[in-house]
Every structure is written in structure tokens, then in C-alpha cells.
Design a protein around this ligand. Structure first.
Ligand SMILES: [Ca+2]
Ligand SMILES: [Ca+2]
Length: 232
């Protein structure tokens, strides 16, 4: 069923047309199409369910509103696996490969100094490892729908208190996304997106509400096709 697959290039083109920018600018710097069923060998804590498998993800920084937004498509309906969590690791300039020191040692190339934890019930928190704080997210920012988890319009102030070592420009922060079952050991982490790397944020200088909706539609198409491929 390879003809149903959409390539990273295809997503980039989709995003490009949605954003009205050249493919070279869109590239893969802020969005990733992640492999289907690429469960980590170290993931032994739970089932290889589709809601533990990232298909696509993207993130934005709105420089005008000074807000961050994140979105992902999973391979199956969010909420399928009890205890599933979706975690965006964010590197604001003091990120380290924190999972390397864990057991089992995983996540080479995945740098973060804070995490955005989102639950299928629409609640979540921002945990800042540098400042040692945990801040519940306003549920109004979290949207769960079908295969999609979205966190919209998080204020810069939440992610970037005045802390030494953080990058001066929040547009230069990077991220990685991983589903996991509970917040214990590394064998609960099922997938990284992207694999072994961080991505940047698409920076939108002028707020355009339709942009995000169009990208989500594109990501939804990816998810739908992946889902069909899975069933086929
Ligand atoms: Ca995946
Ligand atoms: Ca992956």
C-alpha cells in the first residue's frame, strides 16, 4: 500500500501551499512526517497501539502574539491506550540529552530542558527542569480530536522566564515529541518525532488564523492516509 503513503517532501509541499512559501523555506525544519509503526525497541511498558505512534508533527512560534503552538497526528485515535501521554520536549538553550542517563539509555540527539505534557483528557502541564517549576496548562489551549493533539497559543511568558542561558530569540527554540505511558522509566517511551533530532518552529511574523487550520488539514490528510494504510 505504498501508494497511499505521503512522503516528507509531500507534506512539505502541502505545508508550502498552505503557508504560501517556497518549499525550500518550509523544508522539514518545523514539521516532520514520522515513520509508521517505528516503535522504539526499548518500548516494553505497553501495547504497540497506533495512538502511541506519531505520524506527523509541527510547531509554530507566532512572533507577533508571542505564542507557541504544537500539533501532532497519531496513527490511531487518541485515548485508545489507557495512561498514554504526549510529551513535547523543548530546548530553550540549556537542553541536554536527558534520556541518555536513564534506563534504558535512549534518545541520543533529543535535547530538552523542559517538557509540555498533554493527556488525552485535555489536561496538561509545562514542566521547567531549569527553574524547577510545573505549571498546569489552561485546558482552553488543548484540543483533542480523533487522531490529533493540539496545544494552541501558549504564551511566551510560560516557556521563557528570564533565565540565564536561554536563547535570546524564542524563535530559535527547538523540540521533539514522544508518546509515553506514565512518567516513570524510559521503557514507557514509544516513539520519537523526529528520530534522534530536534526541530525548530515555523515562525509566523503576521498572525494568520487560517494558516494553522490549513496545516492541520494537511496533517489530518497524512494521518488519514496512514490510518487507511494500516487498515488495508
Ligand atoms: Ca512514528
Ligand atoms: Ca519516530
Amino acid at each position: 500500500m505504498s501508494h497511499l503513503r505521503i512522503t516528507a517532501l509531500g507534506l512539505a509541499a502541502l505545508i508550502s501551499s498552505a503557508l504560501g512559501v517556497a518549499p525550500a523555506q518550509a523544508s522539514n525544519s518545523f514539521a516532520v512526517v514520522d515513520a509508521y509503526k517505528d516503535f522504539l525497541p526499548s518500548y516494553t511498558a505497553g501495547p504497540a497501539d497506533g495512538d502511541m505512534d506519531v505520524i506527523a508533527a509541527a510547531a509554530f512560534y507566532d512572533g507577533a502574539d508571542k505564542t507557541f503552538s504544537f500539533s501532532t497526528i497519531l496513527a490511531d485515535k487518541v485515548g485508545l491506550t489507557p495512561g498514554a501521554l504526549y510529551v513535547w520536549g523543548i530546548d530553550r538553550g540549556r537542553g541536554t540529552q536527558r534520556f541518555l542517563a536513564g534506563s534504558p539509555s535512549i534518545g541520543a540527539g533529543v535535547f530538552f530542558d523542559s517538557v509540555l505534557v498533554v493527556r488525552p483528557d485535555g489536561t496538561g502541564a509545562f514542566n521547567d527542569f531549569i527553574n524547577g517549576t510545573s505549571t498546569p496548562l489552561d485546558p482552553a489551549h488543548i484540543k483533542i480530536s480523533g487522531l490529533t493533539v493540539t496545544v494552541e497559543d501558549l504564551p511566551l511568558d510560560l516557556l521563557a522566564p528570564d533565565t540565564a542561558g536561554f536563547k535570546a530569540d524564542p524563535a530559535l527554540y527547538t523540540w521533539n515529541l514522544w508518546p509515553r505511558l506514565g512518567l516513570g522509566s524510559n521503557n514507557q517511551i514509544s516513539d520519537f518525532a523526529p528520530d534522534g533530532a530536534n526541530l525548530g518552529f515555523q515562525v509566523t511574523a503576521v498572525p494568520e488564523p487560517q494558516t494553522f487550520a490549513m496545516l492541520l488539514a494537511g496533517l489530518g490528510l497524512v494521518g488519514l492516509r496512514a490510518s487507511r494504510t494500516r487498515r488495508a
